[in-house]
Write a protein that binds this ligand. Sequence first.
Ligand code: ZN
Ligand code: ZN
Length: 242
Amino acid sequence: MKIDLNKIKESLIDVVFPRRCPVCDRVLAMGNRAVCPKCRKSLVFIGSKGCRKCGRLLTDSDEEYCEDCKSTAHVFDRALSAFVYNDAFRKSVFRFKNGGRKEYADFYAEALYRIYGAEIRAFDADAIVPVPLHKSKMKERGYNQAELIASKLAKKLYIPMCNNRIIRVNRATAQKTLGASQRRKNLKKAFIIKGNDVKLKRVIIVDDVYTTGSTIDEISVVLKRHGTEKVLALTVASGTPV
Ligand SMILES: [Zn+2]
Ligand SMILES: [Zn+2]
């Protein structure tokens, strides 16, 4: 019988630090390294059912693009999300961002990788760029949640993570309460690019949640002004277009 030392090590770690469900935060049964059975039912995978541009779940499966993408020209080339940002997922992301549950990044990155691995590889990116936090926010939270997901993806895909080129210079205030056009205005000049040495032709931008796409568009503007040709955005969850 072959003994798998890695398996044994993982099991011992699970005993000392029990794994929690990244959706409801309950302690998982031994050996379960994903989500609890109850939460599995509450997750809505988007996969091939998303808008061909922004990746949000289409309400009409006969359509190729959501209403928003039919009328708005995005600067990024393509966005993909793993899950619908429903009530269950909202709680998960809240704990991930504000409750110190950094380990959820494992599950988030794994889900993106499993669902879109082939598409992401075919994109052939030069770098993975997490959406940056303003330094005051970084100080407050202690970590950048987008960077946690990006670094896990970078390892899986063997693509370098580039987390020091794009800097957030304006602190975005209460973005959630603003309408789409206000958000856009608020984000104007929010990001700058540092250094001009290496050209990043194809870039993957990573964030936790896709709402209107304005943040990703603004970063894409800055990147494309500096020689980037294609931008693929990967977010863990996205709201359904209205
Ligand atoms: Zn659960
Ligand atoms: Zn769309």
